[in-house]
Design a protein around this ligand. Structure first.
Ligand code: GLP
Length: 240
């Protein structure tokens, strides 16, 4: 694990964007595993800046997103599909047909998981971007008694529902289930880039790096990956 210490959120975002930009420059047809949440928004802004400056070309890039809420149509402003368009895809020259994300409105959950696993198999990820849930979840893989393998439908924990409540008007409107790439699939990415910002993430980041490898802290499995870069700001690293 390489840990890069950033000053603050903006610094973390610049460093993460530079790493992703280097990946795209070295391999223009890179497959990127992309993430949502507040953490990568600044990184996406920096990537858009680089695209506008003419130093980045997304025309051959593919993206495979980590997760999607069950029951939210693409047009819903809180769906991750919508998030990706607003925060990145609409602002760069990535092709729509090269962007993959689970379908939150799928009628058959198992068939949807299977469909997504086939996409993951067809397009092995060169780089997987991750944020970190307060309870150690990655994607939407919540603490559990085992590490998940392929794409699965997850019942969100109370802690995650509360963390996500800031984006919804009422408790009822917050989805309680989500499709997520499995832990095994996340670990199959060649390179993993985990971004962490803020004092509230300091305890879980410490557990991830120094604690036991346990499905109760799903991100702790990253200790076993041979190419993980953690870009964390000083607040997130304050307990280390
Ligand atoms: C959600 C997403 C995760 C993300 C996490 C942390 O649960 N499914 O991919 O990493 O939130 O979010 P934030 O970056 O807003 O702290």
């Amino acid at each position: 694990m390489r840990i890069i210490r950033a000053k603050d959120y903006d610094d973390m975002s610049r460093i993460a964007a530079n790493i992703i930009a280097a990946q795209i420059t070295l391999k223009p047809d890179s497959v990127l595993g992309l993430a949502t949440g507040g953490t990568p928004v600044g990184t996406y802004k920096e990537l858009i800046k680089k695209y506008n400056e003419g130093v980045l070309d997304f025309s051959e890039v593919r993206s495979v997103n980590l997760d999607e809420y069950k029951g939210l149509p693409k047009e819903n402003a809180q769906s991750y599909d919508y998030f990706m368009k607003v925060n990145l895809f609409n602002h760069v020259n990535i092709k729509e047909e090269n962007c993959y994300i689970p379908n939150g409105m799928a009628e058959d959950d198992d068939a949807e998981c299977h469909r997504y696993d086939e996409i993951l198999e067809r397009f092995p990820r060169d780089l997987q971007l991750l944020g970190l849930g307060l309870n150690g979840h990655i994607g939407f893989n919540e603490p559990n008694d085992h590490f998940s393998k392929g794409t699965n439908l997850i019942q969100l924990t109370q802690s995650t529902i509360e963390a996500n409540s800031r984006f919804f008007d009422s408790y009822e409107a917050i989805p309680k289930y989500a499709f997520t790439m499995g832990i095994k699939s996340i670990m199959q990415a060649r390179k993993i880039l985990l971004c962490v910002s803020g004092k509230h993430k300091a305890p879980i980041l410490r557990d991830l790096i120094h604690g036991p490898i346990t499905p109760q802290v799903p991100a702790s499995i990253l200790q076993l990956h041979n190419d993980v870069i953690i870009v964390a700001d000083e607040d997130a690293l304050s307990l280390m």
